[in-house]
Design a protein around this ligand. Structure first.
Ligand SMILES: [Zn+2]
Length: 85
């Protein structure tokens, strides 16, 4: 997690919270996007759901799991110093 953003919102009677637009824009969360909810002993964490997409470019081409992240074939080549043809 690069930055920490803290804000306070009141929950409505249906348990809904509004995530501020500047934060949704920053995190590239749009209408209809799926959100993952992680629970911890001290609270919850929300994250945009990305199904097996590359952590760097969001491609789903030749994705492999590496150190708790998904990395596509092109980015693996770039990380290894190989040029894509
Ligand atoms: Zn990639």
């Amino acid at each position: 997690m690069d930055k920490v953003s803290v804000f306070t919102r009141n929950m409505d009677s249906l348990g809904r919270l509004v995530i501020p637009i500047y934060l949704r824009n920053y995190l590239k969360i749009g209408i209809g996007d799926s959100i993952e909810v992680f629970t911890y002993s001290e609270g919850i964490m929300l994250r945009k759901y990305k199904m097996n997409s590359c952590v760097f470019c969001e491609s789903m081409d030749q994705v492999q799991y590496f150190k708790s992240q998904f990395v596509c074939g092109g980015c693996r080549n770039n990380l290894a110093g190989k040029r894509s043809s």
